[in-house]
Design a protein around this ligand. Structure first.
Ligand code: PLP
Length: 391
């Protein structure tokens, strides 16, 4: 039977019908360990009771009113996000937040803000080769992967790409038309490549010297995934704009763009909008997620579990290198096709993905247990032994 869905994804091999914590079950009742978390989304695990209860309570109370009216929850979540970004909990937030529905929308907001802040003629956003910022036309152009652009030209004007982790390349690309630099702290889709603290410090310095915005895309890295609340916090700098999505709703679509107050002030009513952004339903999920993440000290969990997983994976036959931060990990394979290994892992009840042709990505829930890590490494050990025999 031909699918009623557009063919934007390869035909899926499995249909999941239920999840709990790190576990998933398919429509035939088979159990899997989810070491991908829906691409770094379900960081608290599947069907988290605090999120489920928040959604149920909100669904019975008020789902949506439009952004023409105030909602009680969005300002509360924005205040928490501000405190997590700045580390400061004062009466007045240091930045302001725009809520939207996805990572690409969060970046669209940042790009529009950079244009409005820069003014006419000073609108170019510089990003890095190997980056990923979304699939809308503007965020696709910000994405530093020219092969993905090819069939969609003409793309919106105003984007430029430079070599990753190379401050000289960035300096060389600057001219008076540039308003902002947009970078991930760890290039997730590009293969899980962390930036260095030196690079982020140099970018901060260059942005300060040239009067540019330093915008950090934390869509994949945000909310404790890397072992800190935000990835940039490993690098000792504070950006001017931070975008986020994925883990904020633990599966409920919500994104956000945070900017320092004086930068956010470039937007005036009418400049930007979205029907669903900041809706009571999505923000009630986010409020529950952030409260639970703070309660369990999610960054500490990610650091401890990430260290255990990294250490065990490093000694598995067929593994050339393990890289990443916290629980955002790439396993570089030694002569084994990553797609073959990911398919075999799925057959054996472990969900991971091939982030490049030669590397698997692992991003389990931050709540993953030691036993689940041991089980996943056992499965992967068998999978790589089988794959290397086939190779
Ligand atoms: N930015 C980064 C760093 C991402 O990893 C992603 C998605 O993987 C996006 C942006 C786009 O997010 P979304 O798919 O929610 O639009």
């Amino acid at each position: 039977m031909s699918s009623p869905l557009m063919s934007t994804y390869a035909p899926p091999r499995v249909m999941f019908v239920r999840g709990e914590g790190t576990q998933l079950w398919d429509d035939k009742g088979k159990r899997y360990l989810d070491f991908l978390s829906g691409l770094a989304v379900t960081s608290l695990g599947h069907s988290h009771p605090a999120v489920a209860e928040a959604l149920y309570a909100q669904a019975k109370t008020l789902l949506h009113t439009s952004n023409l009216f105030a909602t009680p929850i969005a300002p509360e979540v924005a205040t928490t996000i501000d405190a997590l970004i700045t580390g400061e909990d004062g009466d007045e937030t240091i930045g302001q937040v725009f809520f939207c529905n996805s990572g690409a929308e969060a970046n669209e907001c940042a790009i529009k803000l950079a244009r409005k802040w820069g003014g006419r003629g000073r609108h170019v956003v510089v990003s890095a080769y190997g980056s990923f910022h979304g699939r809308t036309l503007a965020t696709l152009h910000a994405t530093g992967q020219p092969a993905k652009h090819e069939v969609f030209w003409p793309l919106p004007e105003g984007f430029r790409h430079v070599a990753w982790c190379d401050p000289d390349a960035l300096e060389a690309a600057l001219d008076p038309s540039v308003s902002a630099v947009l970078l991930e702290p760890v290039q997730g889709e590009g293969g899980v490549n962390p930036a260095t603290a030196e690079y982020f410090a140099a970018v901060r310095r260059i942005c300060d010297e040239r009067g540019l915005l330093f915008m950090v895309d934390e869509v994949q890295t945000g909310f404790a995934r890397t072992g800190r609340w935000f990835g940039f916090q490993h690098m000792g700098v504070r950006p001017d704009v931070v975008t986020m999505a994925k883990a904020l709703g633990n599966g409920v679509p919500i994104g956000a763009c945070w900017a320092r107050r004086d930068v956010a002030a470039a937007f005036v009513p009418g400049d930007h909008a979205t029907t669903f952004g900041g809706t009571p339903l999505a923000t009630s999920a986010a409020r529950a997620v952030l409260a639970e993440m703070r309660r369990i000290d999610a960054p500490a969990l990610a650091r401890a579990a990430g260290a255990r997983l990294t250490e065990q994976l490093s000694s598995v036959a067929g593994v050339k290198e393990v890289r990443g931060l916290g629980l955002l990990i790439a396993v570089e394979l030694d002569g084994i096709d990553a797609k073959v290994a990911a398919d075999l892992a799925l057959d054996n009840g472990l969900v991971v993905n091939a982030v490049t042709a030669s590397a698997l990505r692992l991003a389990p829930p931050l709540t993953v247990s030691d036993e689940e890590i041991d089980e996943a490494v056992r499965i992967l050990t068998g999978v790589l032994a089988e794959a290397s025999q086939a190779a």
